[in-house]
Design a protein. Structure first.
Length: 120
């Protein structure tokens, strides 16, 4: 599901137990160095807003930001709020599950609205 988009990027929601958003370039660049400067600036502007909102809204243990692109060779960034109690912590979310967890977090929908309002 797309949370936000403009001419350069789109921000998608990852269905997960943790707050997790992804920033994609609209054009299919394989590497960040291939992106024009205005696209890079927009990626980092949005990444900064998302990270700050996650920190303020959820008070997580850590924010994880990842960009692998091995399966999807298209520039994109994952921004995840991590908690000691989540199922995978301290492993990455695609790593080995550590425990069963049912996080009691504030509304993800409200968080997304806050992010969307700050991105405009």
């Amino acid at each position: 599901m797309i949370l936000f988009s403009n001419d350069l990027i789109n921000i998608q929601i990852e269905n997960s137990e943790i707050p997790w958003l992804k920033i994609f370039t609209n054009e299919k660049y394989k590497e960040l160095s291939e992106c024009p400067n205005n696209t890079k600036l927009e990626i980092f502007r949005c990444l900064d807003i998302i990270e700050k909102e996650m920190l303020e809204y959820y008070n997580p243990e850590k924010i994880n930001i990842a960009s692998f692109g091995n399966y999807v060779p298209h520039v994109h960034f994952h921004i995840m709020a991590r908690f000691k109690e989540d199922s995978f912590f301290p492993e990455p979310m695609w790593g080995k599950k550590q425990r069963e967890s049912e996080l009691k977090l504030p509304s993800f929908e409200n968080f997304c609205e806050k992010v969307k309002n700050n991105l405009v």
